[in-house]
Design a protein around this ligand. Structure first.
Ligand SMILES: *Cc1c(COP(=O)(O)O)cnc(C)c1O
Length: 426
């Protein structure tokens, strides 16, 4: 073997995987089992006491899922990762390690609609209070910091308008406040942006989207950058204080720069329970092998379609950071030089009715609530994903009544443009 460090495409195919030691199987087997036999009583006791690494029960870990975890950690440049059942489950597990009832976290206002709902309503019932800030106004994050702030949460490329977030600027605010920066990197994938390189302490994904990439399996993942010191001032007791769940062990002291990933597994996943099925882990791993190829095609198609729409007489505006005159183009050049992603919005001169009509006339585009599929997708956020928000909040989060969101797939771009042409023109 040469000393060369493997490149991104090589890691996407190989990281974490080896031929199966007993059968020689080259593809990662699906270890479809709930539980694993112990070598002997001492082995069992040491696994339960966190003195040894190994498999116990698939709610805590599984060898197929472990390959997925190692692969995504490698692609993101983190120390370790934990796979869970969905992107939303990843968000719950992360924040449960950081917040006590009555604590706060700051979140960018431009987020996936489901995350806005989760943060506003479900998390309130846990006593976790979200404070909103504007990702286009870095000072709004500084102003939102209080002694109870425990984390900052942003998206790298933000839903629904595909805007690019200034990760480094917000990471500076997080450092100053002494709290970790969590970046939801779902829309970018590590092929376009690696948030840890820009100061993120924790990365989360909905694997359901571009990483799995084929619209067939839900999953989520948490990547620990290994950069945050959890020991300061008893602020993060799940990590720094003796844990009664494990004979008084202190996770940071014991596990160092992957303590956060361990906390998510042994305190979060073990006790909350949103385990990823090994079958889904296998599907997502297979998807990741082609991530670099797919992502480049997604981006190239998206740019061509954004350009086409920008020149169409029925279109009022296009919000795609890959267009040279877009508000986020400078940030896109800095953070996502290979392409500005494949999810973006545009607005129609005909307003709400024109949005609803377009969605019903498209044929090749599927009208559904998902992004990051090989297939091209369309939705009208104001009447669906963002319908729970009031009108002002819809506009603020980039989902006004005239806005249509596209997730561009990997079909031939000429066919996608022809479909838009018939639907816009008819
Ligand atoms: C889909 C999505 C989520 C939630 O993920 P699920 O796998 O559906 O639970 C979170 N963030 C972003 C940006 C998403 O697109």
């Amino acid at each position: 073997m040469s000393d060369r460090l493997p490149g991104f495409s090589t890691l996407a195919v190989h990281a974490g995987a080896q031929p199966d030691p007993t059968t020689g199987a080259r593809a990662t087997p699906i270890y479809q089992t709930t539980s694993f036999v112990f070598n002997d009583a001492d082995h069992a006791a040491s696994l339960f006491g966190l003195q040894a690494f190994g498999n116990i029960y698939t709610r805590i870990g599984n060898p197929t899922n472990a390959v997925l975890e190692e692969r995504v950690a490698a692609l993101e440049g983190g120390t370790a990762a934990l796979a869970v059942a969905s992107g939303h489950a990843a968000q719950v597990v992360v924040l449960q390690q950081l917040l006590q009832p009555g604590d706060e976290f700051i979140a960018a206002r431009k987020l996936y609609g489901g995350s806005i709902n989760q943060f506003t309503h479900a998390f309130k019932s846990f006593g976790w209070n979200v404070v909103w800030a504007d990702p286009d106004d870095i000072a709004s994050f500084e102003r939102a910091v209080t002694p109870r702030t425990k984390a900052i949460f942003i998206e790298s490329i933000a839903n629904p308008g595909g805007s690019i977030t200034d990760i480094e600027a917000i990471s500076t605010v997080a450092r100053k406040a002494g709290v970790p920066l969590i970046v939801d990197n779902t829309l970018a994938s590590p092929y376009l942006i690696r948030p840890i390189d820009h100061g993120a302490d924790i990365v989360v994904h909905s694997l359901t989207k571009f990483l799995g990439g084929h619209g067939n399996s839900l999953g989520g993942i948490i990547v620990d950058a290994g950069t945050f010191d959890w020991s300061t001032g008893g602020k993060y007791p799940m990590l720094s204080e003796p844990r009664p769940e494990y004979h008084g062990i202190r996770l940071q002291e014991t596990f160092g720069n992957f303590a956060f990933a361990i906390a998510c597994r042994v305190l979060g996943l073990r006790d909350l329970g949103p385990a990823l099925s090994p079958f889904n882990a296998f599907m997502i791993l297979t998807g990741i092998e082609t991530l670099p190829l797919r992502m480049q095609k997604h981006c190239d198609n998206a740019k061509a379609i954004a350009e086409y729409l920008a020149g169409h007489p029925a279109v009022a505006s296009v919000s795609y950071a890959g267009l040279p005159n877009d508000k986020y183009n400078q940030l896109a050049r800095k953070y996502a030089p290979r392409g500005a992603g494949a999810v973006f919005t545009f607005s129609l001169k005909g307003g709400y009715d024109a949005g609803v009509s377009l969605v019903s006339k498209l044929q090749l585009f599927s009208h559904l609530a998902n992004v990051g599929d090989t297939r091209s997708l369309v939705i009208h956020p104001a009447s669906t994903t963002h319908s729970q928000l009031d009108d002002a909040a819809k506009v603020k989060s980039g989902a006004g009544p005239d806005v249509v969101r596209l997730s561009i797939g990997i079909e031939d771009k000429e066919d996608l443009i022809a479909d838009l042409e018939q639907a816009l023109g008819a």
